[in-house]
Each structure stands twice: as structure tokens, then as C-alpha cells.
Ligand binder design. Sequence first.
Ligand code: SF4
Length: 331
Amino acid sequence: MTLLAVENLQVEFDTRDGVVRPLSGVGFTVDSGQILGIVGETGSGKSVTAQAIMGLLPFLNGRVTQGRILFEDRDLLSLSETDYQAIRGNRISLIPQNPMTSLDPVYRGGAQIVEGLRLHTDLSRTRAAERAVDVMRSLGIPNAGKVFHQYPHQLSGGLKQRIVIAMGLCADPGLLIADEPTTALDVTVQAQIIELFRQTTREMNLGMIMITHDLGVIAHLCDTVAVMYAGTLMEIGPVKPVFQYPRHPYTQALLSCIPAMGMREDDLEAIPGNVPGVRTYPDGCRYHPRCPEVMAVCRTVPPKTAAVDDQSRVRCHLYPPDRGAVHETAG
Ligand code: SF4
């Protein structure tokens, strides 16, 4: 069942130097039980996409200027802020990037879970505390009763991140959005947290969006991958075929940068050039200044999204949308 449908999303922000448009032509769906990975370099628009779904843009001087966001068949963009509050943190939860900054250092970990639970449910304080400990146990937190009473500075990075995940899961969400949730963790703990996400989404039949710059995380966790560049979606499809036969030159370049076991530092690949800033998106295809396959048309005409098979789409002039264009704008 389709849980979330994002259609042809375009976002603007007001800044001191005028209006900027960091996102356009972004569309995807997430089903219950499905994990979508959104990958791209810094500045590709991954986090703005999450902010739009969470309804946070008005707090950041931003707005959606085009497109739709449907969640459980409700048009989120038509909701009042009061109605959004009933969904945000409740049916849609956000796991932020850094547990060190998302936990309040002066409150015990358990108290912070309870506070979130009481905000989004009508549980009593005692029932909320019991539920918090249950969720902590289900997330593999050893001595959950003891950890409940500990302050963030007494917990390891992995335990802090588990507390933040517990906060996200306690209110019984349908959709979990995790924004680079393992970046601050060491490799071993990162692997444990990824396994935890995999188990939890399956057991609770959650839809999940994993935002990351790490293709390894996508490969190990996700069903579908959406590749973003300079504020737009370049390629989307099931993880295995996209990784085996990437079609978009940017996806190919990203995958070629994954280091192989035993590779020397000198042999590591990097994509030449830089991601353009939001004020300097080039005309035509936004990737054209870095693309080894650039053609004359790429410098002036933004490519449309083309369906390349039943499940995959790509935005590139190498794949003309003659098999049924998906009419999205990115220019
Ligand atoms: Fe490269 Fe052109 Fe495709 Fe853009 S549209 S990725 S520049 S070939």
C-alpha cells in the first residue's frame, strides 16, 4: 500500500539576498514496509526534502510552490499547522543526524522519551514510562530500566542514538525519516543501528526514508534508491539493478567512488568538480559541467524524467522520455 507519495515537489526559501529554489522536480513513493534511500552529495536537497515532508518549511522561511505530498491519502500541504502537529512526531517521525544535539543534556534519557510520548498520546506518566522501557528493550538496549534513568553524558554514542530512535518509534509512526542517523557513530555501532532499522521497519511494517551520502548504507538497508543532485532527482529504482546497472552518469560516478577492499589512498576515485550552490545551478542539465557524456543539448535544455522500465526512472538526455515522460520540472 502506498503510504507516502511525493509528486513533482518544488521548494523556495526567502533569504536576505532574495528567493532561492533548492528543490524542483522531486517525486517518489514509499510503501508500508519499504525503505527508500535518498543519496547524494552535500547540497543535493536531501534534507530539504525531509523538511518539506515534515511540514517544517514555514519555520525556515520556506514553502512548497509546486507539487503534492500525500500521506495516508491526506494532502499534507493543505493541512493547518494544528493538524500537522497531530501527524508530525506522531504518524511521521524524524530521526535527526546527531544524537548529541537532539538529546537535552539536563534530562534523563527515559524522561525525554516519556515527554515525547505524552505529547503525542494520552498515556499517563506511569504507562508512558512502561512503554518507553518496552520500546528501549525492543531496540536491544541492555539494562533498559537502568539506562532509562541515566543522563545523555553517561551513555555511549550507540546508546544515545538508540534513545533517539526510541523517541521516534514510541508514538507509533507509520513513516520514519532518518537524516544521516549513523554519521556520528563508529563503524561497528553504525552496522548495529542499520540492522536495528531493518528489523524495526519489518516488524512494525513501517515505511522509512533513509537520507545518507553513504552508498554502503543504501546497499545494506534499502529496497529502493533515489539519487539526488543539485536539488533534483536524477535516478530512482530498486537498489540491486541501480547498483548493478546504473544508468545516470552521476549515479555511475557515485558508484565508481566506493573504495574496494585493500585499495590504496592514491587509487581512490573522486568526481571532478563541485556540486553547484543553489544560486548557481547551471542551465540545462544541472550535472552537465561535471558529466563525461555531456552533449550540446545538455548545456541548454533541462532533461525530463523518463521511465526506463516498470520500476525505474532517470533524468538524462541519454534516455529520451519517448516511452512515456513523467512531467516533472527541474530548471
Ligand atoms: Fe550528462 Fe547530459 Fe545526461 Fe546531464 S543530461 S547527465 S549532462 S548526458
